[in-house]
Design a protein around this ligand. Structure first.
Ligand code: ADP
Length: 153
């Protein structure tokens, strides 16, 4: 079963949107398998946003991501990466479709509420980056039987 990483960014923490965001992924049918609050630092952000080093806004996103602690969540499901990305919406909150998390709660490119892993390979790296071994749980819930058709398993 695929796992993906969601970070509830400081903007969402400050606006008390954490519960709403977690609720959306839960109601969709993804299974929460890891959750913690943590304070990000320069080192982890240089690694996590390494693809943006050199961009003019790079110092600003790091500053924004360190403004308060964040909540990191690991969600599991079939095609969990694609499902969560779809629910997240476009990077620019002003352009993100209504009904997506960014589309409903953001009017900004930088302050776009959550991070969601963009591909399976990165999701695997990111879960390892933010969670220690033993902080992500593998367990079966009774509801998993009704979430998918037998042939999807
Ligand atoms: P995404 O988070 O949608 O995968 P990126 O990986 O391109 O997007 O960017 C990482 C984060 O950097 C974005 O979520 C956003 O907070 C910030 N960001 C991206 N592009 C810009 C920009 N042009 N100006 C300000 N912040 C940006």
């Amino acid at each position: 079963m695929e796992k993906t990483l969601i970070i509830i960014k400081p903007g969402a923490i400050q606006r008390d949107l954490s519960g709403e965001i977690i609720r959306r992924f839960e109601r969709k049918g993804l299974q929460l398998c890891g959750l913690k609050m943590m304070q990000l630092d320069e080192d982890i952000l240089n690694e996590h946003y390494g693809h943006l080093i050199g961009r003019s806004f790079f110092p600003l996103i790091k500053e924004s991501m360190m403004r308060t602690p964040v909540i990191v969540c690991c969600w599991e499901g079939y095609n969990a990466v694609e499902v969560a990305r779809h629910m997240t919406g476009a990077t620019n909150g002003r352009q993100a479709e209504l009904g997506t998390i960014r589309g409903d709660f953001s009017v900004s490119v930088q302050e776009n509420i959550i991070h969601a892993s963009d591909c399976v390979e990165n999701a695997e790296l990111e879960v390892k980056r933010f969670f220690l071994p033993g902080e992500v749980f593998d367990f079966k819930k009774r509801s998993s039987k009704v979430l998918y058709a037998e042939y999807e398993k």
